[in-house]
Design a binder for this molecule. Structure first.
Ligand code: CTP
Ligand code: CA
Length: 224
């Protein structure tokens, strides 16, 4: 019995996590992507597994590896593939955390052949991707739903808007305005905002410490 000291509060619980960037194809050799390292998502998956949860970890293109008996890794490339993987894993999960940096737009047409350059200027028509977290919020039953907000201005105000519009229980505001913080590096400075719009600002910490703070807060909000 591993849980003899009650240290596995998420044992028997299912946690769904999205992480990493998405890549939206332009042609066979090019894509639209972003600088997400997927590290925050990986630390969240590890933290959940260390608390005893079984984790469905939906991961965009990443060079980082994750291996744990309680973590099922589902590798995807595009926002559409991430959306389908979320739909397949959402209904029976207890906690869902959207840590992915999903592309908001994708090329409307994907060229079958490598696009050749010409002398004229060139542009690509883009269309919206599905807002995966918004879909999760609209289908929410007993799930505890956590989102991230990456903001560069009016940070708290924008994060609160996202919390409401996506029907979240908790939002993690990721501050890009602080040295050492952000989605590329090893550390993060976050503010947690719950559904009552109560805010808790944390110091700059490693992403593994931030992941623990997030699960402490989830535990507090779920169990009082
Ligand atoms: N998200 C998602 N699917 C998308 C876009 C975003 O699931 N197509 C999720 C992210 O994983 C994150 C949250 O929504 O948890 C907020 O992402 P963010 O990019 O900060 O906000 P957006 O709603 O996309 O709005 P904008 O980029 O215009 O600020
Ligand atoms: Ca976005």
């Amino acid at each position: 019995e591993n849980d003899i000291l009650g240290k596995l509060p998420l044992r028997g619980k299912k946690v769904l996590i999205t992480a990493g960037p998405t890549y939206e194809a332009i042609d066979p050799v090019r894509f639209i992507g972003n600088h997400s390292s997927s590290r925050m998502g990986i630390e969240l998956a590890k933290a959940a597994a260390n608390l005893g949860a079984s984790v469905s970890f939906i991961l965009g293109p990443s060079s980082l590896k994750i291996e744990h008996s309680l973590i099922k890794v589902i590798n995807i490339v595009s926002a559409e593939e991430m959306y389908k993987a979320v739909v397949a894993n959402y209904t029976d999960c207890d906690i869902a955390i959207a840590a992915a940096a999903v592309a908001d737009y994708r090329p409307k047409h994907i060229s079958n052949q490598k696009i050749k350059k010409a002398d004229a200027a060139f542009s690509i028509e883009l269309e919206r991707t599905t807002d995966i977290l918004k879909w999760m919020g609209s289908k929410k039953k007993s799930q505890f739903l956590v989102g991230f907000a990456l903001e560069t201005e009016n940070e708290e105000e924008n994060a609160k808007k996202k919390l409401k519009s996506k029907n979240l229980d908790l939002i993690v505001l990721n501050s890009l305005n602080d040295e050492g913080a952000g989605f590329k590096g090893q550390t993060n400075k976050v503010t947690l905002i719950n559904h009552k719009l109560e805010t808790k600002a944390f110091d700059l910490k490693t992403k593994s410490e931030v992941a623990k703070d997030i699960f402490d807060e989830i535990n507090l909000l779920k169990n009082g």
